[in-house]
Each structure stands twice: as structure tokens, then as C-alpha cells.
Design a protein around this ligand. Structure first.
Ligand SMILES: NC(=O)c1ccc[n+]([C@@H]2O[C@H](COP(=O)([O-])OP(=O)(O)OC[C@H]3O[C@@H](n4cnc5c(N)ncnc54)[C@H](OP(=O)(O)O)[C@@H]3O)[C@@H](O)[C@H]2O)c1
Length: 319
């Protein structure tokens, strides 16, 4: 199976660096600039470089494309890739609305191609292991999830963070992780959503608090900000104890505290980078024609994002 990278920016470098799978080859990279693509290919020992996305997608030997462009462009680039008959692994946030997601999902189904979001939480081994651990214990009901993601980004950054035309904003950039985390543990998606969102003058969301409640009466608070820092520690609380998961976007360990204060560490014993898991899982899914389990979670996250944006009155130029 041959992979290609579409968009040679910052995160694409990590994808290339941690591309490690026995069953596939990182074969090509495309940039809007041939010089940039060539330099990227040389640095990461990728055999073929293209100076346009369309030119690369015309290469029939490519099976799967990793999309690493800004949020605003994923929808268009996913359609380009699927139209060219390629399986698609798109960076988060996969698209910017439920309407877009339904359209690209339908297209992937019609073309019999795989489409999935490059979301670390779906792929790091800790989470399935932790869920198994929870199943084996008698922890009672899930009561509450606390999941913050706050990391200072400057409004004058040349990056997409505060640029509405590139679908910047905390929700799409980092909220996607926090909401995915909450939905990983909630028994069912939320039926009630309350929120306050602070919209920066640049036209993107900067700080927000989100309250979720589902039909099982499980509660979650999600806190997002580009204007302050918070420890990236998520808490998942059951009737008979709680987990703390530090660095939850790529976590390898969780600490459980029982009602007596005794602590147990659940260690995933995982030496790989999250990207290596992501690449291997997507490759295996395609080659083994396996189920695509993450797309439904992506749909649930994007559905919540639609509600939040409506509540905040956050409209992007491309909406
Ligand atoms: N998985 C993770 O850990 C992680 C971390 C950071 C970011 N991300 C995600 O990865 C994606 C890209 O983020 P990044 O940090 O790599 O951004 P970046 O450095 O700005 O790279 C984005 C690339 O997209 C291409 N592009 C196409 N149209 C563009 C346009 N109109 N304006 C700007 N760039 C355009 C450019 O590549 P060419 O010039 O080569 O065409 C650019 O280098 C986002 O979805 C982001 O949320 C994921």
C-alpha cells in the first residue's frame, strides 16, 4: 500500500518522521510549491515529490492520502482525494460541519473508500486498555468527566489559530481533542448542551466552557482556551473511584484513585509515537477491509460543534 502526504506543513513532518509500518510505504508528498515538496521529500526520504495536489492525486499508484492542510481546506481536499479514488486519513478537525461530514461520508461509501480522522485519542493503545480495565472492575456508574484543553496562541501568529478564513479557533483546533475524549467515555452522546463562548475580535472562538449531559445523566465539563494555560489533565469519575489522565491527547498512563485514596497506575507500556499507531491502524483497516470504528465518533463530535457554534453565533467566511 502506498501513502502520500497532501500539504507539507508542520504536522506533516511528524507524520513522515513517525511513519513506521511493515505493510505500507510513504511514497509521495505534494505541496503547492515544487521546491518545498522536493526539499520535504529529500529530508524525509520520500521517493516522489509533486508541486500540486491535483498532479499527485493523478498518480494511480497512490492508495491512501494523509491530508495535513488547514481546517478550512479539509472538506475540499477530502473530496479531491476521494474523487481520485484514494482512501483518506484527514487531520483533525476532519470538516467544519455535520453537513460537510455527511457529504464526504456518503462520497466515501459510494466510492468504496475509507475515510477517517487523524485523531490521536482513537489510536493510542491506552484507551482500549483502560476501557477493558474499567469493564473488569466494579466501579459503579460513570458520573462526571472533566476535560480541559488550554494553550496560549497569539493572535498575531502567522499560523491558522486566529484566522477565520482558515477555520482557526480553539474549538476546531483543540476542542476536537477534548470533545473526543469526553465521547470516548460517555455511555451515549449528549442530549443536553449548555455553553458560554468568548469570541475574539479576529472572529474565532478563544475561550469557552461546555457542559454536556446524556440520557444516562452522565455529566461532562469541557474547557477550552487560546488565552491561558491549564494543566492537560482529564478526570473520569465513577461512583467508586476516578481516573486522572495527564497529557490525555497522547497518554500512555492513567492513575486510578479508589474511595480510600489508594492509587493504581494503568500503564499502556507503549513506546511508539501516536502517529505510528495512527498510520498502522489505518493501513491495517484498509488492507484487511476491516470496519471503520472511528467515523461515528467523529460524527458525534462534529454534531456537538455545530450546536456550540450556533449557540455562540460563530460564523466563518466559508459557512
Ligand atoms: N495531529 C497533531 O498532533 C496535530 C498537531 C498540529 C496540527 N494538526 C492539524 O494539522 C493540520 C495542519 O496543521 P499544521 O500545524 O501542520 O499547519 P501548517 O504548518 O500551516 O501546514 C498546513 C499546510 O497546508 C497547506 N495549505 C494549503 N492551503 C493552504 C492555505 N490556504 N493556507 C495555509 N496553508 C495551506 C500548506 O502546505 P503546502 O504549502 O505544502 O501546500 C501548509 O504548509 C490542521 O488540521 C491541524 O489541526 C495536528
Amino acid at each position: 500500500m502506498k501513502w502520500a502526504i497532501l500539504g507539507a506543513g508542520n504536522i506533516a513532518k511528524d507524520f513522515a518522521r513517525y511513519f513506521k509500518t511493515e505493510r505500507a510505504e510513504l511514497y509521495a508528498v505534494a505541496s503547492r510549491s515544487l521546491d518545498k515538496a522536493t526539499a520535504f521529500a529529500e529530508k524525509h526520504r520520500i521517493p516522489v515529490a509533486y508541486g500540486s495536489y491535483e498532479e499527485m492525486l493523478a498518480d494511480e499508484s497512490i492508495d491512501a492520502v494523509y491530508i495535513a492542510t488547514p481546517h478550512s481546506h479539509h472538506y475540499e481536499h477530502i473530496k479531491l482525494c476521494l474523487g481520485a479514488g484514494k482512501h483518506v486519513f484527514s487531520e483533525k478537525v476532519m470538516v467544519t460541519s455535520r453537513k460537510q461530514l455527511d457529504e464526504v461520508t456518503q462520497l466515501a461509501t459510494e466510492k468504496n473508500l475509507y475515510l477517517a480522522e487523524a485523531m490521536t485519542i482513537f489510536h493510542v493503545p491506552l484507551y482500549p486498555q483502560l476501557k477493558q480495565w474499567i469493564t473488569n472492575q466494579d466501579l459503579g456508574k460513570l458520573k462526571y468527566i472533566h476535560v480541559p484543553y488550554a494553550s496560549v496562541r497569539h493572535a498575531d501568529s502567522p499560523m491558522y489559530f486566529y484566522k477565520p478564513e482558515l477555520a482557526g479557533g480553539a474549538l476546531f483546533d483543540i476542542g476536537t481533542y477534548a470533545l473526543t475524549f469526553a465521547l470516548t467515555f460517555l455511555t451515549s452522546p449528549p442530549t443536553n448542551i449548555l455553553t458560554f463562548g468568548d469570541i475574539h475580535e479576529a472572529g474565532v472562538d478563544e475561550t469557552s466552557v461546555i457542559l454536556l449531559k446524556n440520557k444516562e445523566k452522565e455529566l461532562a465539563t469541557v474547557t477550552l482556551s487560546f488565552a491561558t494555560e491549564l494543566p492537560q489533565i482529564a478526570v473520569v469519575a465513577y461512583e467508586k473511584g476516578y481516573f486522572e489522565i495527564a497529557g490525555y491527547t497522547r497518554a500512555k498512563q492513567a492513575v486510578f484513585t479508589d474511595p480510600n485514596g489508594n492509587k493504581t497506575t494503568i500503564d499502556a507500556d507503549d513506546s511508539e509515537h501516536a502517529f505510528t499507531h495512527e498510520i498502522n491502524n489505518f493501513t491495517n483497516m484498509v488492507l484487511d477491509k476491516a470496519d471503520n470504528p472511528t467515523l461515528e465518533k467523529t460524527r458525534q463530535v462534529i454534531t456537538i460543534m455545530d450546536t456550540l457554534r450556533e449557540e455562540w453565533g460563530l460564523v466563518y467566511p466559508f459557512d
